[in-house]
Design a binder for this molecule. Structure first.
Ligand code: PEP
Length: 257
């Protein structure tokens, strides 16, 4: 049984003050769901908010995990503007998003770089949330499976087949567009991903959580999460409102019970 994981990706949004008030509201709204330990919520604020949020989580004994939106693969050195896995771990981060499509396209991150980032995360005791997903033209050309397999092959070269990872299926055409995949398409893509993970991880692939991401809302979450290979969601826009993200966590909880 895989515990659903709901990840909030705030992207470049929320000041420290806004993040702290989001946290307090989310804790009020979702405490009943999180207290019973049936679902896990990880939220990924901008780097500047990580440490203050960690302090608040510890001070209020909240059942909320902290994630980062990116990292660099070196521990320290002359890499202006980058942040190392060790620095994130020191802030209480447990998860880190690697290879989000915005970074792949806007910042030209290659799968080779992403694999290095994931490997550095694992080496520091962090769980990478590896994002993969196709463009609309790839989908319309009937090449989704080949695309996902190629992205996984390249981005997972770090993986030993047994260290904990999370994979997020994020079709690019669904991110921030309000046009989510159908539940059937999300399940089909997540099943392709799991089959692919089996080639390297054998039966351990059944323990890997695979998330769907792309225009998830409180309204469509239950349906999108109903697939047997969909183990949670990576949520962008809707996660900026604490009440909406709490409602998505609640939908995952109901779907899992
Ligand atoms: C994302 O940024 O990973 C994402 C899924 O965004 P949204 O939920 O806004 O589509």
């Amino acid at each position: 049984m895989r515990k659903p994981l709901l990840a909030a990706n705030w992207k470049m949004n929320q000041t420290v003050a806004e993040s702290l008030s989001w946290l307090a509201e989310f804790d009020r709204d979702a405490a009943d769901v999180l207290d019973n330990q049936e679902v896990e919520a990880v939220f990924c604020p901008p780097f500047t908010a990580l440490y203050p949020l960690r302090q608040a989580i510890v001070a209020h004994k909240m059942d909320i995990l902290l994630g980062a939106q990116d990292l660099f693969w070196q521990e320290a050195g002359a890499f202006t503007g980058e942040i190392s896995p060790v620095m994130l771990a020191e802030c209480g981060v447990s998860h880190v998003i690697c290879g989000h499509s915005e970074r792949r396209t806007l910042l030209q991150e290659s799968s080779e770089m992403i694999s290095k980032k994931c490997g550095a995360a694992v080496a520091a005791g962090l769980v990478p949330i590896l994002c993969v997903g196709e463009t609309l033209s790839i989908r319309e050309g009937g090449l989704t499976q080949e695309w996902l397999e190629a992205q996984l092959f390249e981005s997972l070269s770090f993986w030993d087949g047994k260290s904990e990872i999370v994979v997020a299926y994020e079709p690019i055409w669904a991110i921030g567009t309000g046009q989510a995949a159908t539940a059937a398409d999300a399940e089909a893509a997540c099943a392709i991903i799991r089959d692919n993970l089996r080639e390297k991880g054998g039966s351990y692939a059944d323990q890997v959580r695979i998330l769907y991401g792309g225009s998830v809302t409180p309204q469509n979450a239950a349906e999108l999460l109903s697939g047997s290979d969909v183990d949670g969601a990576l949520v962008g826009g809707a996660s900026l409102k604490a009440a909406a993200f709490a409602a998505i966590c609640r939908a995952a909880f109901r779907e899992n019970c």
